[in-house]
Design a binder for this molecule. Structure first.
Ligand code: URA
Length: 256
């Protein structure tokens, strides 16, 4: 029977029941649990019915590779991610956080994963860490909407992990084909790998304190590991190293 109560009346009645000590939601008619069969019902196969086929195991990494390979533009890659349903964190996220900035940029920044603000706005690096990232690039006369020296920004994971936890290895594995294709479509001169998650996904190494400030080769182009701006917010004394790395980046851009 459909309830005729409006939402607010139903809520008040429910709260009243909780005040009276109700702790369980039960039905209006009693259920005789002795009558409920404990075994699953037997499936009787009709004589002309074909035998059920074995359920194929899904390989999300193979699916991701295929979808990424098929994407021949950034819009197609974004649509591919929107249709990729094999990553658990997508279910709890409000928005896909694909990228921001100018895809013509010479510098592509790769962060870790969206946080709360990014999840709400559907754009990477818009919270406090993002404001610091903008200030860092502004200091070398670059920015996401800079007319002459734009940058392009994305993350390893395009959805916010619950409680901002670290991405799990299987999540990184299934999203990496999309990141790699993203890099090849943007085709920047230089990659900046922000923090440990980005380094472990693209270099297979962690230990940002050692990695930062040293050029590496990633997907056929120079890549500079740097401290993540969220780390710099917690550790202001490391900003000196970040400044050093930004100057290295500026020098490399002039040299290339
Ligand atoms: N941290 C990241 O690594 N990426 C974002 O988009 C925001 C915070």
């Amino acid at each position: 029977m459909e309830s005729e109560l409006d939402f607010h009346t139903a809520k008040v009645l429910l709260e009243w029941q909780i005040d009276l000590g109700a702790t369980e939601a039960i039905g209006e008619t009693p259920v005789n649990r002795y009558e409920i069969p404990t075994a699953a019902p037997k499936v009787v196969k009709k004589p002309d019915e074909p035998a059920p086929t074995k359920v194929e195991a899904v390989d999300p990494v193979a699916i991701a590779r295929r979808m990424a390979a098929d994407a021949d533009s950034l819009d197609a890659l974004k649509a591919g991610l929107q249709g990729f349903d094999h990553c658990e964190i997508k279910k709890g996220a409000r928005n896909l956080v694909f990228a921001d900035g100018n895809p013509e940029a010479r510098v592509m920044v790769i962060g870790e994963a969206p946080g709360r603000d990014e999840d709400q706005q559907g754009k990477p690096f818009v919270g406090r860490a993002g404001q610091l990232l903008d200030a860092m690039f502004d200091a070398i006369d670059h920015g996401r909407s800079h007319a002459q020296n734009p940058i392009y920004i994305t993350n390893i994971l395009p959805w916010r992990p619950p409680q901002n936890r670290d991405p799990k290895p299987d999540e990184v594995d299934m999203l990496l084909p999309f990141v790699e294709k993203h890099v090849s479509l943007v085709n920047p001169d230089i990659l900046v790998l922000m923090g440990n998650i980005s380094c472990s996904a693209l270099l297979g190494e962690r230990g940002i304190t050692k990695l930062r400030g040293h050029w590496r080769d990633v997907l056929g182009r120079p890549a500079l590991p740097m401290f993540h701006p969220a780390y710099l917010l917690r550790t202001p004394e490391a900003k000196r190293d970040a400044w050093h790395d930004l100057l290295m980046l500026q020098a490399k851009l002039r040299e290339l």
